[in-house]
Design a protein around this ligand. Structure first.
Ligand SMILES: *[C@@H]1O[C@H](CO)[C@@H](O)[C@H](O)[C@H]1NC(C)=O
Ligand SMILES: *[C@@H]1O[C@H](CO)[C@@H](O)[C@H](O)[C@H]1NC(C)=O
Ligand SMILES: *[C@@H]1O[C@H](CO)[C@@H](O)[C@H](O)[C@H]1NC(C)=O
Length: 691
């Protein structure tokens, strides 16, 4: 169920036509090239349709009219699938040789587009390493380590699973009445009727591959439109490459301004990024700072999610670079596929960009769009005459703000996004080639075998020992904490999170508030998911004893007609005027979506307050100190909370007279109640987390 829902959420993003630079032309070009290829394939297809052994499958109990109907339906189906932009029939996807051709074609088209955007010469100089000829700067965290094989294994599983879905679907068309895979035949079945259902060839995809971006404001694209972020550039490239092999590529940019990778984002990983992620990034250099253990926390919380995703560190430079790389190597040692955007490679890319300063008007105009005014007097995206001015686009929502010097502009985003797509394109093609080598008659056997290896790798990850540095992250020397408490639970223990943060899958899919309003990132005036109430409105509203989900106006550019900075620090509010306000979780939708089992949790309740920009909180917002001063109170399942233990990194654990573990009610649910005692005061909780 969640898969279908998530598909709807992302449809908008993934069905946009490819239009990079002069992309429309090259899209048309690619249709022509592929049309020609289709003609070549057609010959073998006709042969296939008329193969004698398939004709003798016809059963005498099925009428000629039924067969004629199926013949018509199957032919129409093949015709219509040729018209979709992923070109070719479903059965093409079953041929490993054709899969490679298709992916190679899509790669050629992508490179063709990039050669227009960057110029043929600069494209090579920027994206290709001059010594090895390989694309840069994404590399496995250990050269020749196991990460590349792990990534390819996962990609192969997707390809084989797509094929298996093609077979299932094509062998059972028109409600199971026609077998279009084995010769356009009518199938004998009880439910068969002569009526012909209207054809709906709904999706050209048979699997999905999901990328999720985690990071701070730079990755979130502050200062830019949402479709100018590297996640979007990458998605636009890869929709065609993965689409060529029947896989829908989805890019989720769920980075958030002013946010580090932990505790909140790591502990709420699955609720924020989703249960179906295949690869995710860490781009929190500026906000994580020296606390490199957070990479381990965030990486593992992601790695242990049901999609068994791979990890990619982005923008790892600076003084903590060596430590960060060590932590990512730890993730690889524990069993994950781990990659990084190599900073040295990135510097070399920037070096290869031509300098726009000092060029005449004509010379400047002759520079390709994505290198023009990118570098001025050796400054990247800065300097005179036009690099500052052209760092961000201005043609729409020019009031968007956040265009600080530390936020990359669209040209740097584009460069990062294309670099990741070139890397993933090559990984996919390399996986397809290994499929050709390993492909026996028993491709079903291969899929099962790879899946079982993947399961084994996952089990290994759950059991792998943490590197000793893990114990440095939280402060556990507190007499209120049981002496046998081991903070490894934060890294590897089961947990559940109820979070107000945006973007997040739990909100977009309607789980958080058990709502049938669903959606995704959108212009603020057009969001379709449950927004909760504006803070001022919520203060006037009679909450009837409930904690209210609220949003705050700050940072919401409401008059932008396209999506722009959709991240927001929404929270659950208890106001003085509310008296005791209650919130209960997990709700029914959450219990199903997150496979909730209260027995797998110890009952530790963590609250994370809404963060304050630059550490300055607004008047009236009561937090930890005010709790200790008795300005607000809290109960968990009726038990009075006596203390909020500060573990550090925004993590506060509730403690009652029995300790830090609480029992849920008989249905596994936690009821949290808060009451504010100071007039006009309020408490804003960003996330409730149970371990
Ligand atoms: C982003 O969206 C705007 C508005 O639809 C469009 O004009 C622009 O070309 C898009 N930018 C990119 C890089 O796709
Ligand atoms: C899981 O761990 C075992 C024991 O260390 C090892 O032999 C096996 O290769 C690992 N499996 C995978 C898929 O990594
Ligand atoms: C978005 O909301 C604005 C303001 O309400 C409205 O004018 C516009 O038509 C909406 N756009 C879409 C695509 O729904």
């Amino acid at each position: 169920m969640s898969t279908r829902d998530e598909r709807t959420t992302n449809r908008k993003a993934t069905t946009l036509p490819s239009s990079l630079g002069n992309g429309t032309q090259s899209f048309v070009g690619s249709v022509i090239i592929l049309g020609a290829l289709l003609c070549l394939w057609m010959g073998s297809e006709l042969q296939f349709l008329q193969a004698p052994e398939e004709i003798k499958l016809r059963s005498s109990s099925i009428s000629d009219a039924d067969h004629a109907m199926c013949e018509r339906i199957c032919t129409q189906r093949k015709e219509s699938s040729k018209k979709n932009r992923f070109y070719g029939t479903a059965t093409d996807l079953l041929n490993p040789e054709k899969l490679i051709q298709r992916a190679e074609n899509a790669k050629r088209n992508l490179i063709e587009d990039l050669r227009k955007d960057y110029g043929a010469r600069y494209f090579v100089q920027i994206f290709q390493d001059e010594e090895t000829g390989e694309f840069r700067p994404i590399v496995p965290i250990t050269p020749d380590g196991p990460s590349m094989e792990r990534l390819k294994r996962k990609l192969l599983i997707k390809v084989l699973s797509a094929q298996s879905n093609v077979k299932r679907q094509e062998a059972s068309v028109n409600d199971g009445r026609c077998d279009c895979l084995n010769g356009n035949q009518a199938v004998a079945s009880k439910s068969r009727s002569t009526s012909e259902k209207t054809l709906s060839f709904n999706s050209p995809f048979f699997e999905r591959y999901v990328w999720a971006t985690g990071g701070h404001s730079s990755a979130a694209g502050h200062g830019n439109l949402f479709n100018e972020t590297y996640t979007y550039y990458m998605e636009r490239d890869l929709v065609d490459v993965f689409g060529a092999v029947g896989i829908e590529f989805v890019g989720r940019n769920y980075a958030m301004g002013g946010t580090s990778s932990g505790s909140e984002i790591a502990m709420c990983w699955e609720q924020i990024f989703g249960s179906d992620v295949d690869i995710f990034s860490w781009d929190f250099g500026m906000t994580d700072g020296k606390t490199t253990e957070k990479i381990l926390l965030y990486g593992l919380r992601g790695g242990l999610s049901p999609g068994h995703p791979a990890f990619m560190g982005i923008h790892m430079g600076g003084s903590s670079r060596a430590d960060r790389e060590e932590r990512i190597k730890d993730l690889e040692k524990m069993g994950m596929a781990a990659f990084m955007l190599d900073d040295t490679g990135l510097s070399n890319m920037k070096r290869a960009v031509p300098d726009s300063a000092g060029l005449g008007e004509q010379e400047l105009a002759a520079l390709p769009e994505y290198v023009r005014n990118l570098k001025c007097n050796d400054g990247f995206e800065k300097g005179e005459p036009f690099c500052d001015k052209e760092k961000f686009t201005h043609f729409i929502c020019d009031n968007r703000g956040s265009q600080g010097s530390w936020h990359p502009g669209f040209k740097e985003h584009a460069m990062t996004g294309h670099a990741v797509s070139l890397f993933l394109t090559n990984a996919l093609i390399s996986a397809l080639k290994s499929l050709r080598e390993d492909f026996g008659d028993d491709d079903k056997g291969l899929l099962d075998q790879l899946r079982s290896t993947d399961e084994q790798a996952y089990t290994n990850l759950t059991q792998a020992a943490l590197p000793t540095v893990y114990a440095r992250l939280y402060q556990t020397k507190n007499e209120a904490i049981p002496p046998d408490f081991d903070q490894s639970i934060f890294y590897k223990g089961h947990n559940f999170c109820h979070t107000g943060r945006l973007p997040s899958q739990t909100r977009y899919l309607g789980y958080l508030t058990e709502s049938d309003k669903r959606g995704g990132p959108a212009p603020w005036a057009n969001v379709t998911y449950d927004t909760g109430l504006g803070k001022d409105e919520a203060i006037k509203n009679d909450a009837k004893g409930s904690m209210q989900l609220i949003f705050e106006g700050r940072g919401r550019v409401r008059d932008c007609p396209v999506t722009c900075m959709p991240d927001a620090k929404d929270s659950f509010m208890t106001h003085y005027k509310d008296g005791w306000a209650k919130i209960s979780f997990p709700n029914t939708a959450e219990r199903t979506a997150y496979r909730y089992d209260s027995n797998s949790l110890k009952g530790m309740l963590i609250i994370i307050f809404r963060s304050c920009d630059w550490g300055k909180c607004e008047k009236g917002f009561l937090r930890h100190e005010e709790f200790l001063d008795g300005k607000w109170e809290m109960k968990v399942n009726g038990h009075e909370v006596k203390d909020l233990i500060n573990f550090g990194h925004d993590t506060f654990a509730a403690k009652d007279s029995n300790g830090i573990y609480f029992s849920p009610n008989s249905e596994g649910i936690y009821d949290v109640e808060i009451k504010v005692n100071e007039e006009g005061g309020y408490v804003l909780v960003s996330s409730f987390i149970i371990y």
